[in-house]
Structures are given as C-alpha cells and as structure tokens.
Design a protein around this ligand. Structure first.
Ligand code: NAP
Length: 231
C-alpha cells in the first residue's frame, strides 16, 4: 500500500476504508472483508456510533496493531478543553485501543481552539500519534494556528474531480500550511453516476484496462491526497 508522509513525519496509507453510515453489524461483517482485501487504514468517528465494533474487529483480525492505521474524530460538543481530555480517553476505551494513529476534530464549530491544546497533550501522552481537522475552512484553521504548538497533520474534506480543492490547497500554501496532507471524503462523489461516466475517465479506463472508479482514485492519489472509497 502506497503511503504519504505527514508533516509530523508519520506515514499514512494513501487509501483507507471509511465506515460512515455502517451499523455495528455491518462493520463486523464488512471490515474483516476490507482487511482481507488489503486495506490497513480505517476511518471512523465518534458520530458514526460504531467504534466499539471497529475496535472488536481490530483486536480479533490477527493483523498486528502497528500494521493498522486507525483514525477517529471528535464532534464539537467534545471540544472544550476538559471535555476534550475526557472524550479522548472515552474514545480509546470504546475502541479498546491504547492509541489511535490519527484523531480529528470532525466539524468546524464550538470551542476548537481550546480543545486543540488537549489534542496536543494526547500526542505528548502517547494516546494519539497525529492530530488534524475535518471540514475546517482556512479562517478557522488560522484561529487554531494562533494557539497551536503542533500543526494539524491532516485536513479531511470532500475531494473528487468535480471538487478538486485546488483553491483550498493554494490558500493553505499561502498561509505556510502547504505541508498539511489533504484527505478526500466522497472520492467517487458518493457514487455519482455522472462523474463515473465522464468520457475522460471512461476513455482512460479503456486505455489502461481499469474501471473508471480506479482512474478517479489514481488521479486523487497522484494529487497527493489520501482517499476513502467504499462499496
Ligand atoms: N469527514 C466527513 O465529514 C466525512 C463526510 C462524508 C464521508 N466521510 C468519509 O468518506 C468515506 C467514503 O464516503 P462514501 O462511501 O460516500 O464515498 P465514495 O466512495 O465516493 O462513494 C461510495 C459510492 O461509490 C460507489 N462505488 C464504489 N466503488 C465503485 C466502483 N468501482 N464503480 C462504481 N461505483 C462505485 C458505491 O456504490 P456501491 O455501494 O454500489 O458499490 C457507493 O455508492 C466515509 O465512509 C467516511 O469515512 C467523511
């Protein structure tokens, strides 16, 4: 599996398995299949309400923990500093893990600047390897940078060929944050049939003997993004 080196020096697999909108039973059935197929990177969140089953699969799958990359996310009610400390611990307990590889603030609301300090402390305590943001606009990333001693390693946003995020990347570069790794959710446009049928992708798919979806994912990875496609 190709990896990307984040700005904190840690490696992240370029493709992950997102478990958004999966029930606990669906996770128990399909996450082992994804691991069997070669996925080593799992993207969950407090708000997906399936961390317990994600943890069960991780602990029972037989793959050494250090070969897996586990991401989860806190929702805004968890951002105030004291709450953030408690909810990081509660998350680890739900997952049944000693650490997560990447912890994100899921949405750009609430007391994110206060919570960022708790996220940095979790890194120092070995509970979290890398920290980052999801769906944050640049002016709110700038607010976090005013108090941060650790830069966000990752920004998870919607990315696909209809939504390439080049303007966002330019803005981050102007702020000296061009080394943040972008992760793309909805890499196939949430299964957008028009996107998958675009002639540029169907023609390249024919030329290289691939599916249009594979061409789209390769485009995104070549752009330097981390992607979470899903069936
Ligand atoms: N941070 C955030 O706020 C946020 C928001 C949304 C999502 N996410 C993350 O992004 C992950 C992915 O979201 P998603 O599953 O909607 O993304 P997606 O991969 O863009 O879309 C999934 C859709 O693509 C279709 N598909 C998959 N492979 C295909 C292929 N080879 N050919 C044609 N169609 C194909 C699937 O259809 P079939 O089911 O028929 O295979 C499914 O309907 C989530 O699980 C979550 O981890 C994060």
């Amino acid at each position: 599996m190709q990896t990307v080196t984040m700005n904190d020096g840690n490696q992240i697999p370029a493709m992950g398995y997102g478990v958004f909108m999966m029930s606990s039973d669906e996770v128990r059935e399909h996450l082992p299949q994804a691991l069997e197929a070669g996925y080593r990177h799992i993207d969950t969140a407090n708000a997906y309400f399936n961390e317990v089953s994600v943890g069960e699969v991780i602990r029972s799958c037989g793959i050494p923990r250090e070969e897996l990359f586990v991401t989860t996310k806190l929702f805004p009610q968890s951002y105030p500093y004291d709450q953030c400390k408690k909810d990081i611990d509660a998350t680890l307990e739900r997952l049944g893990l000693d650490y997560v590889d990447l912890f994100l603030f899921h949405q750009p609301y609430g007391e994110y600047a206060s919570g960022w300090k708790a996220m940095e402390e979790a890194v120092a305590e070995g509970k979290v390897r890398s920290i980052g943001l999801s769906n944050f606009p640049v002016h709110k990333i700038a607010e976090i940078m005013e108090v941060a001693t650790v830069k966000p390693a990752v920004l998870q946003v919607e990315i696909n060929p209809y939504w390439n995020q080049h303007a966002l990347k330019d803005e981050l570069a102007k702020m000296g944050l061009g080394d943040i790794t972008l992760e793309g959710w909805y890499p196939l446009g949430h299964g957008d049939e028009g996107l998958l049928a675009e002639p540029v992708f169907t023609e390249l798919a024919r030329k290289y003997g691939k599916a249009p979806a594979q061409i789209i994912l390769r485009w995104s990875v070549q752009e330097g993004n981390v992607v979470f496609p899903k069936t």
